[in-house]
Design a binder for this molecule. Structure first.
Ligand SMILES: Nc1ncnc2c1ncn2[C@@H]1O[C@H](COP(=O)(O)OP(=O)(O)OP(=O)(O)O)[C@@H](O)[C@H]1O
Ligand SMILES: O=P(O)(O)OC[C@H]1O[C@H](OP(=O)(O)OP(=O)(O)O)[C@H](O)[C@@H]1O
Length: 213
């Protein structure tokens, strides 16, 4: 008998690309399971899989607590959340970078304010630089903060660079490259090792083939 697996999938940007990866394995995932669906749980007993649809930031929580065996999540969220999970695979989807940005030629004070959705990453980064900062947590539209004088710098995702450019900001330092990862609950990884390893092998094959195209 094969082990049943539950996978926490992030709603939003990553979802479509992640689902496309799973569809390219030998699993038959019905077409009704798509970005348009509003259902939060999808049970596919014929292939021994269930999916939960959750906010990206919550994926590691579902996996750490073991209600999901596996999850798909951006490396940015993994670094920020610091949950006790295994990182199994770089899925190489939703590539972007996490950067420090700000107004060009802005005179930064001794104790700058940094606006971000990633307070933990920002604190660690500036600590390593030996720079004392005040981190201001925001939930979105981060690029607005330096424009309206809420912050001297931001730490945020940059992909095409269009949001920075259209708001007159510049990328100053790259903190790191980001892609989405497959993560696993620690107990599930031991108890369902064969099934998880087999799924990882299939996904890895799909990723390799994608890289060759
Ligand atoms: N502009 C982007 N281009 C490519 N990947 C991105 C971009 N912005 C974010 N990502 C990646 O996609 C993940 C999910 O982003 P998404 O915008 O769907 O959710 P979110 O940032 O949590 O927003 P929300 O709060 O609206 O759910 C991020 O954690 C990051 O890894
Ligand atoms: O370099 P770009 O291709 O312009 O992408 C970067 C933008 O994308 C993300 O924002 P998102 O669209 O998720 O908006 P939000 O942060 O306001 O929720 C990120 O926070 C940047 O603002």
């Amino acid at each position: 008998m094969v082990d049943e697996l539950t996978i926490a999938m992030p709603k939003g940007r990553i979802f479509g690309e992640a689902l496309a990866l799973f569809r390219q394995t030998n699993l038959t995932i019905p077409e009704e399971f798509s970005e348009d669906s509003r259902k939060l749980t999808i049970s596919l007993p014929h292939i021994g899989l269930s999916f939960f649809l959750v906010k990206p930031i919550d994926v590691p929580t579902y996996v750490e607590y073991g209600v999901a065996d596996l999850g798909v999540v951006g490396k940015d969220v993994l670094l920020e959340e610091d949950r006790d999970v295994y990182e199994l695979l770089d899925l190489k989807i939703s590539p972007c970078r996490l950067s420090v940005a700000g107004k060009p030629d802005w005179l930064v004070p001794l104790y700058p304010r940094v606006a971000t959705k990633y307070p933990r990453i920002a604190k660690n980064y500036f600590k390593k630089q030996g720079q004392q900062v005040e981190v201001i947590r925001l939930s979105g539209s981060i690029e607005l903060a330096p424009i309206v004088g809420l912050a001297d710098r931001i730490v945020d995702i940059v992909s095409t660079g269009r949001t920075l450019e259209e708001n007159g900001l510049v990328e100053l330092e790259v903190i790191g490259s980001i892609t989405s990862r497959l993560i696993a609950n620690r107990a599930s990884y031991r108890m369902k090792a064969e099934r998880i390893t087999s799924l990882c092998d299939q996904l890895q094959q799909v990723i390799k083939e994608g890289a060759r195209v």
